[in-house]
Design a protein around this ligand. Structure first.
Ligand code: IPE
Ligand code: IPE
Ligand code: MG
Length: 235
């Protein structure tokens, strides 16, 4: 049996459908989704989760309307400002993965600020993926390695799986044990492509704004009955 998952990664999907289904603008769904994040962050340590990684904005999400993109960016900034105190008192260390340069400089500053402010917290490691794409992350890492090779600092033969892992945005994170996607879609949408090579997947029909700590607890308990073999055989 697998025991409990220490690192859970979540593709938080379904905010738009949740809102439009009720006749409301998509942003209302995103706002409700942000409330869910607070609850899930609060309950995660009690479920034995030490690492929680959530997908908030993909490198493909720029295709959405300016209104929706700006609304999401505003929500991210507001979340950081409003939650800073609570995260600190709950022992949450917050990090971000994804390409930051395309984000508003003020948001980048807030991200750096909260990372620094929460860096000594150890109860839960919360990582938020913003402007994150697995392919983009791997391409950026390869560019860094190529520059090291060009400068003579790194031999091509020294590039192995560990070396590449250590160059990704997730270099300080363990691989996820369990990846959950909400809203009934069974796809990965460019999330943690390299890191989830041996992760277990759960596709839940629940829309993210309806995703309660109870739903998470049930998924986590199901995970405990899975057998992870990592390519080996059961002995
Ligand atoms: C997930 O909800 C949040 C983001 C991708 C930012 P969606 O906005 O994708 O919601 P649906 O899939 O359209 O319902
Ligand atoms: C994935 O959801 C990205 C996030 C949850 C941030 P999308 O809604 O963007 O994915 P697709 O378009 O359905 O694949
Ligand atoms: Mg979606």
């Amino acid at each position: 049996m697998a025991g409990g998952p220490e690192h859970v990664a979540i593709i938080m999907d379904g905010n738009g459908r949740w809102a439009t289904g009720k006749g409301w603008p998509r942003l209302v769904g995103h706002r409700k989704g942000a409330e869910r994040v607070k609850e899930i962050v609060r309950c995660a340590p009690d479920l034995g989760i030490r690492w929680l990684t959530i997908y908030a904005f993909s490198t493909e999400n720029w295709k959405r309307s300016t209104r929706e993109v700006l609304g999401l960016m505003t929500l991210f900034a507001r979340y950081i400002q409003r939650e800073a105190e609570g995260l600190s008192s709950e022992g949450v260390r917050m990090r971000f993965i994804g390409e930051r340069k395309r984000l508003d400089p003020r948001l980048q500053d807030l991200m750096a600020w909260i990372e620094e402010r929460t860096r000594n917290n150890t109860r839960l490691n919360l990582t938020v993926a913003i402007n994150y794409g697995g392919r983009d992350e791997i391409a950026r890492a390869i560019r860094i390695l190529a520059q090291r090779v060009e400068s003579g600092e790194l031999a091509p033969d020294a590039i192995d799986e560990v070396c590449l892992s250590d160059t990704l945005d997730t270099r300080d994170l363990p691989d996820p044990d369990l990846v959950i996607r909400t809203s009934g879609e069974s796809r990965v949408s460019n999330f943690l492509l390299w890191q989830s090579a041996y992760s277990e997947y759960e596709f839940s029909p629940v829309l993210w704004p309806d995703f309660t700590p109870e739903v998470l607890a049930e998924i986590v308990s199901r995970y405990g009955h899975r057998e992870r073999r990592f390519g080996g055989v059961r002995v």
